[in-house]
Design a protein around this ligand. Structure first.
Ligand code: DAH
Length: 342
């Protein structure tokens, strides 16, 4: 007996099929309980043993071929469906976009970058130092010998007798001068450490920047001009500065620099204690002893230095009243000052 179905018949039918449902129907038609191939298996019982052997063999081959064909087709349709889905998804511009939360720079970093750019635009070069510093550079080279009372004002984290966590960025001045010859103009930002209990105006880890300019004939007028430019660029063109005599071991004369109050414009209000001025940084003309420590001749070289806390400037710029907010990691606070530079 000849098998009345050939694989070609099935192939022809499959050509017209484009979905899984129709494929399933086709599968039942041949291989289902009362499918064509299944029925042929049933008919075998009417055959002689000889015929059965021959017929059964061919029928099994056909069955396997059909199964394989259907499986292959199933995979093809599924793959096509997946591709279609992806394509449709990509092309549908009406679908809502994904929300991806992007990171952004911390307010301190943002401000630090801004400050850095102002000084760089004035021709200052960025030089950084080490957070673990030698006692010598943190104090001695800056005209602050061991007996000097100014050392006590810096509540210092000592690592051992010779090393400490720098209490200010000023040691970078000493290191740069030791290595280079003037003229030089440097800007040095970085983290500093002091044994302070956190309160609204103190943090044990904070940031400073230092500015040093050394050349012949540098005067207080140069210092004032640079400071005024810096303040106007960072806090606004309407802000004025004033220099008040002060003391730092590494400068002579030394000045405390105030900026006109941003709230009352200098008239006097509650936030500036009615004075119209807010303290913003320390500065002065480089002390001859600092030049001597670096091996510079103080009769030839002159210079100015500036130093202050970035947090102090952030506070003034954004009118914050508690520095601790900067390190609380409260997302609501951070979101308020979120800025993404793409
Ligand atoms: N280093 C000082 C401090 O941490 C700040 C300072 C004052 C730096 C005057 C200077 C300066 O360069 O001239 O309190």
């Amino acid at each position: 007996m000849k098998i009345p179905i050939s694989i070609k018949d099935v192939e022809k039918e499959i050509e017209n099929i484009s979905n899984l449902n129709d494929l399933q129907l086709l599968k039942s038609k041949y291989l289902g309980k009362s499918g064509k191939i299944t029925s042929l298996f049933k008919e075998m019982r009417n055959l002689s043993n000889e015929e059965k052997k021959e017929f059964g063999k061919s029928l099994n081959v056909l069955k396997n071929d059909v199964e394989e064909l259907i499986d292959r087709e199933k995979n093809r349709i599924e793959e096509e469906n997946r591709n279609m889905k992806n394509r449709n998804f990509r092309d549908d511009e009406t679908l809502p976009g994904y929300y991806t939360q992007m990171g952004s720079m911390h307010l301190i970093t943002q401000t630090m970058e801004e400050i850095k750019n102002v000084w760089m635009n004035m021709g200052f070069e960025v030089v950084t130092g080490n957070e673990i510093e030698e006692t010598y550079y943190n104090f001695d080279a800056l005209n602050t010998p061991e007996s000097h009372p100014a050392r006590d004002e810096h509540d210092t984290f000592y690592i051992d007798e010779k090393n400490l966590l720098r209490t200010h960025t000023s040691p970078i001045q000493a290191r740069v001068m030791e290595k280079r010859t003037p003229p030089l103009a440097i800007f040095s930002p970085g983290k500093c450490y002091r044994k302070d209990t956190p309160d609204p105006t103190h943090l044990p880890v904070f940031h400073q920047f230092e500015v040093l300019y050394v050349d012949k004939f540098v005067t207080v007028a140069n210092l004032k001009a640079c400071l005024s430019t810096f303040i106007k660029k960072i806090l606004g063109e309407d802000r004025r500065i004033r220099l008040r005599p002060s003391f730092f071991p590494f400068t002579e004369p030394s000045f405390e620099v105030d900026v006109s109050c941003g709230i009352c414009g200098g008239k006097g209000c509650r936030s500036c204690g009615n004075s119209g001025w807010l303290e913003i940084l320390g500065s002065g003309m480089v002390h001859p002893n600092v030049f001597k420590s670096a091996g510079y001749d103080p009769n030839v070289w002159t210079g100015f230095a500036v130093g202050t806390g970035i947090e102090r400037i952030v506070m003034l710029k954004y009118k914050l009243d508690d520095l601790r907010d900067l390190v609380r990691n409260d997302e609501r606070f951070l979101q308020t000052f979120r800025r993404i530079n793409l």
